[in-house]
Design a protein around this ligand. Structure first.
Ligand code: F6R
Length: 240
C-alpha cells in the first residue's frame, strides 16, 4: 500500500476529501464506500465546503456495515449515523445511499441483497476504511475469510468495548452486525484506509507490513493493487 503520513486527522481528512471531489468531478455518478466510527469524520467534515458548486445528485453510497438488532431509528444505528454525518451535510440523495439491513426480518437475504445492489451500481469506486484495534476492517473480525461477502458476523468483545462510547454501557452495544466481507471490500476500485492515534499503531503496522493473514483482517489491503493508507505520526509509529 501507498502510505501517506499527515500531521493530524484534519489534514488526513482534507487529503481524502480532495480525492473524493476529484472523482466526483470526473464522474458525477461516483460510488463511494462509506465507513462510520470516529476515523472518517474529518473526511466528511472536509467535504461540504469543497462540494460547493459540484453536482452530487448522482453520487451513490454504500455503508460498510450495520448493527443487527438495533432499531434503525436508534441514533447509533449506522443508518442514522450515515444520514446524520454524510447524507445531510453533503446533500446526497438519500435514495442513493444504502446501508445493510440489520433488521431481524429478512436477515438471511440481507447480505445477498446488498451484494446485488453494489453490483447493480457498477461497484464501489472508492472505499473509505477505518481499522479496529483488533485489526478489523468493516466488521470483519480476526478469522474472517478473505473471500467473504456481505454477511452477519459476531462482534468481538474488544470491538464492543471500543464502541461502548457511543452507547450508555457496553451491554447495549449489539452482539452482531452485518458487514461487507473482505472479498466485497477487495472488489472496490481504490481502498483508502485512515488511522489516527497511537491506539491504532499496532493494527496499522500489521495491516501494512505484517504477514497477510486472516488473524489481522486489515492485512487484506496488501492484496489490493490500489490501496492508500492515510495516517498521522502516532498511527505510523510502528511502521519500519
Ligand atoms: C465502521 C467500521 C469499523 C471502524 C473501526 C474503527 O464502519 O467498519 O471498521 O472503521 O472500528 O473505528 P473508529 O474509527 O471509531 O476508531
Amino acid at each position: 500500500a501507498e502510505v501517506v503520513i499527515v500531521p493530524d486527522a484534519a489534514a488526513g481528512g482534507a487529503v481524502v476529501a480532495d480525492e473524493i471531489v476529484r472523482l466526483i468531478r470526473a464522474n458525477p455518478a461516483t460510488v463511494l464506500g462509506l465507513a462510520t466510527g470516529s476515523t472518517p469524520l474529518p473526511v466528511y467534515e472536509a467535504l461540504p465546503p469543497r462540494l460547493v458548486g459540484v453536482d452530487v445528485s448522482q453520487v451513490r453510497g454504500f455503508a460498510l456495515d450495520e448493527y443487527v438488532g438495533l432499531d434503525v431509528s436508534h441514533p447509533e444505528s449506522y443508518r442514522s449515523v450515515i444520514h446524520r454525518e454524510v447524507v445531510e451535510p453533503l446533500g446526497l440523495d438519500p435514495s442513493r445511499v444504502n446501508v445493510p439491513n440489520g433488521a431481524a426480518l429478512g436477515i438471511q437475504h440481507a447480505g445477498d441483497d446488498y451484494e446485488a445492489a453494489i453490483l447493480a451500481a457498477g461497484g464501489i469506486d472508492l472505499q473509505i476504511l477505518g481499522i479496529g484495534t483488533d485489526g478489523h476492517i468493516g466488521f470483519n473480525e480476526p478469522g474472517s475469510s478473505f473471500a467473504s461477502l456481505t454477511r452477519v458476523k459476531t462482534l468481538t468483545q474488544q470491538t464492543r468495548i471500543d464502541n461502548a462510547r457511543f452507547f450508555d454501557a457496553v451491554d447495549e452495544v449489539p452482539m452482531h452486525c452485518i458487514t461487507q466481507g473482505l472479498g466485497t471490500i477487495l472488489r472496490a476500485g481504490h481502498l483508502v484506509l485512515l488511522a489516527f492515534g497511537e491506539r491504532k499503531a499496532d493494527a496499522v503496522a500489521g495491516a501494512v507490513e505484517g504477514p497477510v493473514t486472516a488473524s489481522l483482517p486489515g492485512s487484506a489491503i496488501q492484496l489490493h493493487p490500489h490501496a492508500t493508507v492515510v495516517v498521522d505520526e502516532a498511527a505510523a509509529s510502528r511502521l519500519r
